[in-house]
Design a protein around this ligand. Sequence first.
Ligand SMILES: Cc1cc2nc3c(=O)[nH]c(=O)nc-3n(C[C@H](O)[C@H](O)[C@H](O)COP(=O)(O)OP(=O)(O)OC[C@H]3O[C@@H](n4cnc5c(N)ncnc54)[C@H](O)[C@@H]3O)c2cc1C
Length: 449
Amino acid sequence: MADKQVDVLVVGAGATGLSAAYALQRAGRSVLVLESRDRVGGRLWTDEVDGVDLEIGGQWVSPDQEALLAMLDELGLETFERHREGESVYVGLDGERRTFTGEVLPVAPAVEAEMNRLTERLDELSAQMDPARPWDMAGAAELDHVTFRAWLDAQCEHEEARDNIAMFIAQAMLTKPVHTFSALQAVHMAASAGSFSNLVDSEFILDRRVIGGLQQVPLQLAARLGDVVCTAHDVEKVRWHDGGVTVTSGDLTVSARHLVLAIPPTAVTRVRFEPPLPSIQRETRQHQSFGQVIKVHATYETPFWRDAGLSGTAFSPYLTVHEAYDNTNHDEERGTLVGFVSDVQADAVLALDPDQRRGIILESLQTYFGPGAGTPLTYFESDWTSEELGSGAYGASFDLGGMTRFGPRLREPAGPIQIGSSDVAGLGFQHVDGALRVGAELAQHIIDS
Ligand SMILES: Cc1cc2nc3c(=O)[nH]c(=O)nc-3n(C[C@H](O)[C@H](O)[C@H](O)COP(=O)(O)OP(=O)(O)OC[C@H]3O[C@@H](n4cnc5c(N)ncnc54)[C@H](O)[C@@H]3O)c2cc1C
């Protein structure tokens, strides 16, 4: 059994853990990173499936994500624009398929007016919130005690307007049904991206992709860190006291002055601590949960929808696939569509056998893009909820009332232990940008101590 002694042990080789370790190493601290999986990257995973390179996890970069953009620059990674020329598709409450250009969905004028009003209201609220301290906002408790569904119902009589606004936060971001999280959590989602208008604007939020895949970020950070990154080392138990920690994983026993637990909240509850963590630490994480989303890739001989004048972008809160985009790789002739099936729609299709599920999902893509969408060369579903290591998709969020009740305690260290991931970020919440911001903050806290 090998014994190691380092200044800082980092558990978790996702964007948070690796960026923290990289900053600490550059500040002269000795570090070791232990990762359960046999790869680095966590929720970032680019892999070849049936001969196609796919972004199984996170992929998009938007202009507000300054920490991620700076990291891409530092690592010398290049980006490319998502294909967006042509008309987008919307299927409304009446079941009609309509095409449109720009960001305004082709709904009846009264519905559009209501969507604009709700957007303005959510923009106003998110402008009043510091996403790092959402519980401090005026009226935070009231907003945290009401579901986003009830809040929308109270604001607006138009079902289709409510369904569309809900879609941009519930299905598309938190991946939870709109009746399961608070209006405050919804405002926080918007504030963390700069505004609700940013979330609605797919041109903005799904702006660019990294050539070679977004997993290049953790892969390159790990390469720079060198042999201090140990994959296939699950941490099940942490012994700690005020002066440090001792962790045993496989053939390694590591003693460190500080521990950075860069793992999602749901994974924290899997680890045993001796002595137990203060109960508030455990309770806080028991009230954060992942949503449910299946990311589906379908690859075709060509991006045939472009010939029909379509951009590949499509939305409908009423179809199994609530949003879809052209996800063709850089410099590739084959065309790829990516679609998302979220919350209760995901529950429903996951209960089916794989052939039935594929049939229903491709039916949505056919409704959007025509019969050609029904016969892809390759088809792949990323199902993160089946992962045992607590990495659901896309991120974990609080249940009703949890943000004001537990949020202020979320970032408190316990002795030498600090816990963080993109799920506790303010700006960039549940995105890679947030992971990098949290990683930098955790490292700085140790450097300053
Ligand atoms: C399908 C999908 C699509 C997404 N799309 C986007 C997008 O387009 N843009 C964007 O910015 N973000 C996106 N995200 C979110 C983004 O990927 C995550 O927010 C970010 O990667 C989280 O990084 P992290 O380091 O905080 O956590 P993670 O990536 O979850 O890393 C935590 C690591 O800890 C490890 N671990 C857990 N427990 C232990 C243990 N006990 N011992 C050792 N190791 C452990 C895990 O294996 C994991 O590698 C998406 C996520 C998914 C899943």
